[in-house]
Each structure stands twice: as C-alpha cells, then as structure tokens.
Design a protein around this ligand. Structure first.
Ligand SMILES: Nc1nc2c(ncn2[C@@H]2O[C@H](COP(=O)(O)OP(=O)(O)OP(=O)(O)O)[C@@H](O)[C@H]2O)c(=O)[nH]1
Ligand SMILES: [Mg+2]
Ligand SMILES: [Zn+2]
Length: 349
C-alpha cells in the first residue's frame, strides 16, 4: 500500500488514546492488525508502515481490527481494549470461540435478492450484530436481477421500522453511493453473509479497485466453495476501513441473549406480561406472546425463529462454559502437579 495514512484514518479514536499513559504514548507506536494469516499478523502503523508479527502465544488472541502497541524495534508490547468484538463458535464440532473482527463500527449484513433471501437468516445475523453492539445495515445485493425489490425491502421494514436497508447492484458505483455514509474516515465496516451474495464485489466497488477475488461459479450448496478465505482490512481512498470475511457457513450464536432480545423486541417485551416468568410461549396458560400470535399481531415465523435462536445460544453458551471450566481445571491440575514436583525436588536437594 503506497498511500500514507494517519492514525485517525486507521480508526484510532479517543477510546484507544485514553488507554495510554503519556509515557506509553511517547515510547510506543500504536498499530492496527490489518490481516491475519496462519503464522503471522500484518499490522500497520501511522504513515503506513507495514509490519509482520509472527503469531506466538502473546498474539494468538488477536484478530483483524485489533489495536496494539509496538516498541521502537517494532516488537509487540501490549494489546488495547476493544470497542467491539465479533466471535463465533468455530465451524465443526470443536467447541471453541473463533475471533472474527475487532473494533468494528458498522456491520453490512449482505443478502442477495434471489433464493438466498431469508428473513430468519437475516434475523440471526441481526441478533449477532446487536449482541456485539455494532450498528447493523442490511444490504440487499443483485437488485438489478430482481423484479420486486420493494416487496423484499418492505418485508424487512416490517421486522423493524428503524432497520436500515439498502438495495443495490453491488457492481455499480452509482448504486452503492448510499453505503458510503457508513464508510467515512476511520470507520470500520465488516461484511457478513453467506457465500456468493456479493461481499467481495461490494468491497471492490467501494474501494474502486479489484482487490478481493470474486467468483460467479461456485458449488452452489450451503457447503459450497468460498472465494474469500482470509480476513483482511482494506482502506478506502475516501476513508473507511473495509473488512471482508470468508462466507460464514455455520454461524452459531453464543452468549447472545441480549442481542436476540433486542432483535425481537416485540416478543421480549410481551414476554414480560406472560403469567409465568419461565414461560416458553408454547402452551402455557396466560401466555401473552401466544395470544398475540393467535391474534395475528406477532408473526408465527418470528416466534419460531426467536425460540430457535434462544435455545441455540443457550446450548452453545453451556457447552462453551463447560469446555472452559474443563480447561481451567486441567490447567490447575497441571500447575499443582508441577509445583508438587518442584517441592519434592527442593526436599531431595
Ligand atoms: N448481477 C449482479 N451480480 C452480483 C452482484 N453482487 C455480486 N454479484 C456477482 O455474484 C458473484 C459472487 O460475488 P462475490 O462478491 O464473490 O461473493 P462473496 O459474498 O464475496 O462470496 P464468498 O467470498 O464466497 O463469501 C460474482 O460473480 C459477482 O459478480 C449484484 O449486485 N448484481
Ligand atoms: Mg468473497
Ligand atoms: Zn409466554
């Protein structure tokens, strides 16, 4: 990257500045993680000094978008607290958290106006984005191939009148102009959505360059091949920082109860009027939610999806907590064995 960027263009704000003492500010340089590879991180400091840090145990808990300090020899000093963090349960059976992106301001939830369009999937992404405390914008791509764009937009507005929705042809710079207001100087935007919906196409059009590979042909099932397979931040000529992520096939919700509640406010608010505090809104007497569904005030599909997401996050949070506690116990066990061994050594000496 030849152009030179200052700290605020890289996304540095008072939130990060206030974490440093004067001495730290004078001694160290802030740097932002702009790409994550298997064995190293790419970081960028002011004036676009691109550096490579090999991933060791200090750096393994960092992800794209993170801020850190480096010393005069460009060695890692410390990571800074995050404004926001996207993580997910790793794909596959292993129960662990995978960090996706840090210090994001806005999430573009990308969905194409073809058979990919699915309200329940959009709600799932909204729950995730809301739980992280990041502003969601739903971007409906392939509007150029769709005859009834309005109907889709209305369906989304019905979920939440305040929801920001933009329908675009992701390949056309004129069409995506409205999106630029979320991509101003220093603002970090993450793109989430299934494979093939046009995330990389949007990134390329916003960057006015062909940086991210895109692909028309892909094995078109949910397990399809993904064109984008690594995570990196791209700086727009006009300001914003764009973060393209590999298609998320298995987006699982963990510790997202608050995000789900705020995505389904009409249900969570009514639930407070149910007769029983642990009402599951199935067939309990005095269920205000079920009554509203029968009266047609709440969509049945919404209730089913709400229920599904609440159960899913509870299940995942429980397994994750169990794994963490097992790991902690195992760590404690090893440490106690080690210290016993040391003590014994001490005695025999
Ligand atoms: N007609 C039309 N085609 C689009 C639009 N957006 C994306 N495409 C096409 O859809 C295909 C897939 O787009 P990508 O940008 O590669 O999709 P992606 O979301 O990055 O996919 P992954 O990297 O696999 O997650 C490409 O051939 C794009 O040209 C659009 O708004 N209109
Ligand atoms: Mg892509
Ligand atoms: Zn109820």
């Amino acid at each position: 990257m030849s152009k030179s960027f200052n700290l605020s263009q890289l996304g540095w704000t008072a939130f990060f500045q206030q974490q440093l003492s004067l001495e730290q500010w004078e001694t160290f340089k802030p740097a932002r993680v702009i790409a994550q590879h298997r064995a190293h991180l790419e970081i960028m400091t002011e004036a676009s000094l691109n550096l490579t840090l090999p991933i060791n145990s200090n750096l393994s808990a960092l992800t794209v978008g993170d801020w850190l300090l480096v010393d005069e020899n460009n060695r890692f000093v410390q990571a800074l607290d995050r404004l926001s963090l996207f993580s997910r349960k790793s794909a596959g059976s292993k129960v662990a958290l995978q960090l996706i992106a840090a210090n994001v301001n806005t999430a573009f939830i990308v969905c194409s106006l073809d058979n990919n369009f699915n309200l329940s999937r959009i709600e799932r992404y909204l729950a995730l984005v809301n739980s992280v405390g990041v502003e969601p914008v739903v971007v409906l791509t392939k509007a150029d191939c769709c005859d009834n764009v309005k109907t889709y937009v209305e369906q989304l507005r019905r979920l939440d009148v305040m929801l920001m929705v933009e329908a675009v042809d992701a390949r056309d710079p004129m069409s995506i102009q409205n999106l630029e207001s979320w991509c101003s100087v220093g603002k970090t935007v993450v793109f989430i959505g299934s494979s093939g919906v046009g995330k990389s196409t949007l990134v390329n059009t916003l960057l006015n360059a062909n940086i991210q590979g895109t692909s028309a042909s892909r094995a078109d099932d949910s397990r399809g091949r993904h064109t984008t397979t690594s995570r990196s931040l791209h700086l727009m000529p006009a300001g914003g920082l764009l973060l393209d992520t590999p298609g998320m096939r298995e987006l699982q919700l963990v510790d997202c109860e608050k995000g789900i509640e705020s995505t389904f406010t009409e249900i969570s608010e009514l639930a407070e009027q149910c007769q029983f505090s642990n009402c599951q809104h199935q067939s309990e007497p005095g269920c205000a939610v079920k009554t509203a569904v029968i009266a047609g005030d709440i969509e049945q599909r919404r209730l089913v999806n709400y229920d599904k997401l609440i159960r899913e996050q509870a299940r995942n949070s429980a397994t994750l907590a169990e794994t963490r506690s097992k790991e902690r116990n195992l760590g404690r066990f090893y440490r106690s064995v080690q210290s016993e061994a040391k003590q014994r050594k001490g005695k025999t000496r």
